[in-house]
Design a protein. Structure first.
Length: 136
């Protein structure tokens, strides 16, 4: 699994759990460079369960313990707001990924050049929500 530019992906991982057809889990084996962490492993887990005529997706993203609770320049970076674990860029990225997954599963087109615009829209939305909610 790889995300980001091929020459310098911000996420590249290996499958650590595979239970077809219901569970797949990846470990991010790249350094979380944007946050200055070395040898940190992030996990992404996707679990499927029957739900009536459809399917329920449970998505879990785990961060290393030493990456939670660190503060930084919230306005200009993707570190969490002071006093919260929430990173707007991760929220925006996960939200956008799940929107695109839904389009794929519904056999709808995914606009090729719309990624950056939509991600920025969601990033700004989550920044405002976090700032308002936590009075940052």
């Amino acid at each position: 699994m790889r995300s980001g530019p091929a020459e310098d992906p911000h996420l590249a991982g290996v499958i650590i759990t595979l239970e077809p057809p219901t569970v797949i889990e990846f470990a991010n084996t790249t350094t979380l460079r944007a946050y200055g962490y070395v040898d940190a492993t992030e996990r992404l887990r996707f679990e499927l369960a029957s739900d009536g005529d459809g399917c329920l997706l449970v998505f879990t993203q785990r961060f290393p313990a030493d990456t939670i609770g660190q503060s930084g320049d919230f306005e200009g970076s993707d570190v969490q707001a002071p006093g919260t674990p929430w990173r707007p860029g991760f929220l925006a990225g996960s939200h956008h990924f799940l929107e695109r997954l839904g389009r794929c599963l519904d056999d709808r087109d995914i606009p090729v050049n719309a990624h950056d615009d939509r991600w920025h829209e969601l990033d700004n939305l989550y920044r405002r929500l976090i700032l308002d909610r936590f009075n940052c």
